[in-house]
Every structure is written in structure tokens, then in C-alpha cells.
Design a protein around this ligand. Structure first.
Ligand SMILES: C[S@@+](CC[C@H](N)C(=O)[O-])C[C@H]1O[C@@H](n2cnc3c(N)ncnc32)[C@H](O)[C@@H]1O
Length: 169
């Protein structure tokens, strides 16, 4: 028996598309810059996968979103951030980086949370600043990561450690 699809959030619309990983999430209404779009109250700890979001410095620190938010695609010019920086998980949320019109695809910059991704891909965001292959922040320069507007504290820390290591060699 097929389980019927039930939207997880009233303010989002999943565009289901045929083909592997071709679906994506749209805003169902306008959001202003800085607005919280959703709190991540359905998240559970998980092994790293294409669908997980990194929530700490170690490669074992990942969550499954368990909601339609899994359909937020990557963009090199994103309009939301996944902010899992609080020590209190109740504060983990998705926030608008800029004003978002109803109907716009919701996108975040995957390397803002991911150091080394489970499933790298050739980016099709089509933006002027597209970086091409997306594998995680480990494979990008500091500037390429931070100039997208927001970065998780563990990514900042891992980039700093890499810089310290290369200064010593
Ligand atoms: C968490 S899923 C996002 C939803 C996905 N589009 C789907 O249909 O299930 C992450 C995967 O979506 C695809 N993806 C996300 N953003 C992309 C982009 N900008 N260009 C190409 N593929 C992308 C990649 O295959 C990636 O591993």
C-alpha cells in the first residue's frame, strides 16, 4: 500500500519532479530577511547521508530533518541558512538570509554546514558565482565559504585548523 504524502509545513510546497534528486522546496508565502521559516523540531541524530545536515564538528554529528525541509536544494547564492549553532537544540532553525517571494525555491549553501559531504554533486544552481562541484567546505577556500553570508561555527573552526596546519608546514 502506498503511504499518502502529507506536507510537513503549511508554508512550503514540495515540487516533486521525476528523476534522481530532482525535487525541491518552494516558499508558500513571502518571508522577510531574518525571519525564521521553521524550527527543526523533528530532527533526529543519524549517520551521515545525502539527506543529513551536519550539526557539530565531528563527521558523526549529523541529523535527519524528517520533514519536507529535506527538499531544500543547495545554491551558491542561497536564500536561507540552516542554523544549528545553538547548544539548545530547541533553537535549531531555518532563517531567511534575504527577502524571499512566495513561490521562490528555498536554497541553502550546503558547505555552510557540511565539511565533507556523503554525496558530492555537480551544482546546477545556475548562479553567477556557482562553484561547480559541491563536496563540502573542506574543498573550498575560506573566502568561498564565508562570502555566502553565514557559516556554522564548526566549519569556521575546521577552516581555521586547516590554516594553522598549513602555516606550520
Ligand atoms: C537533501 S537532497 C535535496 C533534495 C533533492 N533535490 C531531492 O530531490 O531529493 C540533496 C541532493 O539533491 C541534489 N541537489 C541539491 N542541490 C543541488 C544543486 N544545486 N545542483 C544539483 N543537484 C542538487 C543532489 O543530488 C544532492 O545530493
Amino acid at each position: 500500500m502506498t503511504v499518502p504524502y502529507i506536507p510537513s509545513h503549511a508554508d512550503f510546497v514540495v515540487e516533486f519532479k521525476p528523476g534522481d534528486f530532482a525535487s525541491f522546496l518552494r516558499a508558500g508565502r513571502h518571508f522577510g530577511q531574518g525571519d525564521t521559516l521553521a524550527v527543526l523540531n523533528k530532527a533526529t541524530r543519524s549517520d551521515k547521508a545525502y539527506s543529513t545536515v551536519q550539526c557539530g564538528k565531528e563527521s558523526k554529528d549529523n541529523i535527519e530533518l524528517n520533514s519536507d525541509l529535506v527538499y531544500v536544494n543547495h545554491s551558491c547564492e542561497p536564500n536561507v541558512v540552516f542554523d544549528l549553532s545553538s547548544a539548545d537544540r530547541a533553537n535549531w532553525h531555518v532563517r531567511a538570509l534575504k527577502d524571499i517571494d512566495a513561490g521562490s525555491p528555498l536554497t541553502f549553501f550546503y558547505p555552510s554546514t557540511e565539511w565533507e559531504m556523503e554525496q558530492p554533486f555537480e551544482c546546477q544552481c545556475g548562479t553567477k558565482s556557482c562553484l561547480g562541484r559541491i563536496q563540502g567546505a573542506k574543498f573550498l577556500t575560506r573566502d568561498e565559504v564565508v562570502e555566502r553570508g553565514w557559516v556554522s561555527p564548526w566549519i569556521e573552526e575546521l577552516i581555521s585548523e586547516r590554516e594553522e596546519e598549513s602555516a606550520c608546514t
